[in-house]
Design a binder for this molecule. Structure first.
Ligand code: NAP
Length: 251
C-alpha cells in the first residue's frame, strides 16, 4: 500500500520541490496551499507528480496558521487516503522585514502563527494517525522547515527568528518523545534559497547577499529537496537540524 504524506505550503518555492520529492519517494502527496493565486499552480503540480511518479495526490486549500483549518486539512487527507499518515512536512512560512519598534502586533503574530503555531497544530493533529502504525520497521517521519535565522539571528526578522528557533526546539523535543514509537522528527534549516521569499530583493542586493555566503551563491530549492531525501532515507537520524546554507553559519 502506498504511503501518505501531507505537506503544508507545498505549491511553490521550496515546498514545490519538497512535494515533488515526496512523490519521487513513493508517497501519495497531500499538497496544501493558502492563497487563491496558488490554486492553479497546486493542481498543475499535483498532475505533474501523478504523471511522473505514479502516485496519487490531493490538493487542499487551508490557512494553517488557524487550528480549525489544520483540522480541515488533516480530515481531508484521512478521508481520501485512510487513517494512516506516514509523513508530515511542515513547510509553510512567511516573513516580515521590519524593525522591532515599527512592527505592528498583527504582523508579528501572523509570523508566529504561520511559522511556529501551524507546526504545533499539524503535528498535534497528525500524530494520532501515525502512532497507530509506526514502529522500528515502519518509521513515520515529521520534517520541519526551520531556517538559519533560527540558528543565528537576522536583523529586522526577530519574529521570524523566534519562530524558526522554536521550530528547532519543537523538533528536538518531539524527537525525544516519539523515538520509542518509531517516529523520527528532524528539521531542515535552509540558508538563502532563491524563491519568492527573496522576490523583493533587487539584483544589487542579491549580489551583496551572495557575497556573504562562503560558497558565493544563493542556493536552489533542489538543495533543500536533496537534504529532505537524506532525512527521509536515514533510519537512525532523529532530532537533527540539517542546514544546506553554503557555509553561511560557519562565519
Ligand atoms: P515562498 O516561496 O514564499 O512559499 C511559501 C509557502 O508557504 C507558499 O506555498 C505559501 O502558500 C505557504 N504559506 C504561507 N502562509 C501559509 C498559511 N497560512 N497556510 C498555508 N500555507 C501558507 O517561501 P519559500 O522560500 O519556499 O519558504 C518555504 C519555507 O522555507 C518557509 O518555512 C521558509 O521560512 C523557509 N525558508 C526559506 C528560505 C529562503 O531563503 N527561501 C530560507 C530559510 C527558510 P501560498 O502559495 O498559498 O501563499
Amino acid at each position: 500500500m502506498a504511503k501518505t504524506a501531507i505537506i503544508t505550503g507545498g505549491s511553490r518555492g521550496i515546498g514545490r520541490a519538497l512535494s515533488l520529492k515526496l512523490g519521487e519517494l513513493g508517497y501519495n502527496v497531500v499538497i496544501n496551499y493558502r492563497s487563491d493565486s496558488s490554486k492553479a499552480k497546486s493542481h498543475e503540480l499535483a498532475a505533474e507528480i501523478e504523471k511522473e511518479y505514479h502516485v496519487e495526490t490531493l490538493v487542499v486549500k487551508a490557512d494553517v496558521s488557524k487550528y480549525e483549518e489544520c483540522e480541515k486539512l488533516v480530515a481531508a487527507a484521512v478521508e481520501r487516503f485512510g487513517d494512516q499518515i506516514d509523513a508530515l512536512v511542515n513547510n509553510a512560512g512567511i516573513t516580515n522585514n521590519c524593525n522591532w519598534v515599527d512592527i505592528k502586533r498583527e504582523a508579528y503574530e501572523q509570523v508566529i502563527a504561520t511559522n511556529l503555531m501551524s507546526f504545533l497544530h499539524m503535528s498535534h493533529l497528525v500524530l494520532p494517525y501515525m502512532v497507530n502504525h509506526s514502529d522500528k520497521e515502519h518509521q513515520c517521519i515529521i520534517c520541519n522547515t526551520s531556517s538559519v535565522g533560527g540558528m543565528t539571528g537576522v536583523i529586522n526578522q526577530a519574529d521570524y527568528c523566534a519562530a524558526k528557533a522554536g521550530v528547532i526546539g519543537l523538533t528536538r523535543a518531539l524527537a525525544l518523545e516519539l523515538a520509542p514509537k518509531g517516529i523520527r522528527v528532524n528539521a531542515l534549516a535552509p540558508g538563502m534559497i532563491m524563491t519568492d521569499m527573496l522576490r523583493g530583493v533587487n539584483q544589487d542586493e542579491l549580489k551583496a547577499l551572495a557575497a556573504t555566503i562562503p560558497q558565493g551563491y544563493i542556493g536552489d530549492v533542489s538543495d533543500i529537496a536533496g537534504a529532505m531525501e537524506y532525512i527521509f532515507t536515514a533510519p537512525y537520524l532523529t532530532g537533527q537540524v540539517i542546514s544546506p546554507n553554503g557555509g553561511f553559519v560557519l562565519q
